[in-house]
Design a binder for this molecule. Structure first.
Ligand SMILES: Cc1ncc(COP(=O)(O)O)c(C=O)c1O
Length: 406
């Protein structure tokens, strides 16, 4: 059987497609399109290959799934069962993670806006670390931690120096002085970690090197002011696992280790926070061609409302009804949102024949599609979780209404 989209859980043979072990035909007989499908075994594989690669390079490596990439409870349960931690940005995610059973020692939480309620809930549940993007948040955390008689471990997110990035603290003499004074003054916080997250969909080794530079430059600056930090958090930013082959991941892990060794920085733990790498290629849509237009434009019954550009997925399109036919004819693909801006792909290689009603497989839609989706008034798709031969309906808009978390 041949892989589709480089995914070992998506295969084709004699015109038939198998989604894990489930025949595509069975699914479209039973369900109307569009359908969103997740592949449980792919998520598990991705987590395990990531862990294997980084455990080989780092003795004290810890992994925190960036939950915003996909916060469907059934997906989070899979992540939980693999024993890794989570990185969260808000209160709804914290409630979800705790209800699923994540130990607070495996939860790190932080973002550009830390509300009082979020800090309180984080401190009360004794999360591992709170990440600050602004030094002024230290005072807020300290006063809440004092109220609960707790010393809260804190991670500082530094600006990765990516062009025009506004996220994280840009350390300079003045900021370091402020940080040092805060560490002395605020007895209920303890600065333990540094985070730099560079970008998303990072395919180029140099991007990881630049992130490493941001970490080492900032750590050296802090050290020269006697601020010693134990843990390094490199954030996420890895592409879908099918887009980044394992040998490239190994190169990144090795080069990060070598650069750390060369920098002679002392550290204890190394953290990563992948989102897309774990989940991106576990997701796929089955959609339908609803219109064929001039100049090889086709319109699908999904669009940017549920498969948004903002999600930056490495989308791949296949004519599932003609899967064995060659996909070498330039075709443009539009969505159903009534705006000319709803373009899913331009000049994409697709089958010669374009027919209304044909089913289209869109891969790599597991990360951020739901997060960045909007309320454009079309029905939400059913969401299925497939494992081997098992098909589990994990979201039905008629029963569950919405997949948002509160
Ligand atoms: C601090 C931090 N960590 C991790 C991630 C996850 O990124 P990705 O899904 O690209 O791995 C993000 C994404 O924006 C982030 O800002």
């Amino acid at each position: 059987m041949k892989k589709i989209s480089g995914n070992p859980f998506l295969k084709r043979e004699n015109g038939q497609i198998f989604i894990d072990l489930v025949p595509f035909e069975d699914l479209i007989k039973k369900y109307n399109t569009p359908i969103l499908i997740f592949l449980e075994n792919r998520i598990r594989d991705n987590i395990n290959s990531f862990k294997k690669v980084f455990n080989k390079e780092f003795k004290r490596f810890k992994c925190f799934y960036s939950l915003k990439a996909n916060f469907l409870p059934e997906i989070c349960k899979i992540i939980y069962s693999e024993g890794i931690g989570v990185e969260l940005i808000g209160l709804p995610e914290l409630k979800l993670a705790l209800s699923i059973g994540f130990s607070p020692s495996k939860i790190i939480i932080g973002g550009p806006y830390l509300s009082k309620e979020l800090i309180e809930a984080s401190i009360q549940s004794k999360v591992r670390e709170i990440i600050i993007y602004d030094l002024n948040d230290l005072k807020k955390i300290n006063s809440i931690a004092q109220k609960f008689d707790h010393v809260q471990k804190v991670c500082i997110r530094v600006n990765s120096q990516k062009f025009r990035s506004k996220l994280g603290v840009e350390l300079n003499e003045h900021k370091i002085k402020q940080l040092k004074e805060s560490c002395i003054l605020y007895q209920n916080i303890k600065l333990t970690s540094i985070l730099s997250h560079y970008s998303t969909q990072m395919n180029d080794l140099n991007q990881y090197k630049r992130n490493m530079d941001a970490i080492s430059n900032n750590m050296k600056m802090l050290l020269s002011h006697n601020i010693n930090i134990k843990n390094i958090n490199f954030g996420g930013g890895f592409p879908e696992a099918t887009v980044m082959p394992q040998d490239q991941l190994e190169k990144i892990a090795k080069s990060t280790r070598n650069l750390l060794d060369e920098s002679e920085i002392n550290y204890r733990n190394v953290y990563f926070e992948p989102g897309r790498y774990f989940i991106g290629d576990s997701g796929l849509f089955i959609a339908k061609i609803v219109k064929v237009s001039e100049n090889r434009w086709i319109f699908l019954n999904i669009g940017n409302h549920i498969c948004p550009k903002f999600a930056k997925c490495s989308l791949r399109f296949y004519n599932a009804s003609l899967i064995d036919k060659s996909h070498k004819y330039k075709t443009s693909i539009a969505g159903i949102v009534p705006t000319d801006q709803d373009v899913l792909a331009k000049n994409y290689f697709f089958t010669k024949q374009l027919k209304q009603g044909d089913k289209v497989l869109i891969t790599n839609t597991g990360a951020y599609c739901l997060t960045f989706s909007n309320r454009f008034p079309y029905p939400l798709p059913k969401i299925l979780l497939i494992k081997g031969n098992d098909v589990d309906e994990i979201f039905d808009p008629e029963i569950n209404q919405d997949f948002s978390i509160n």
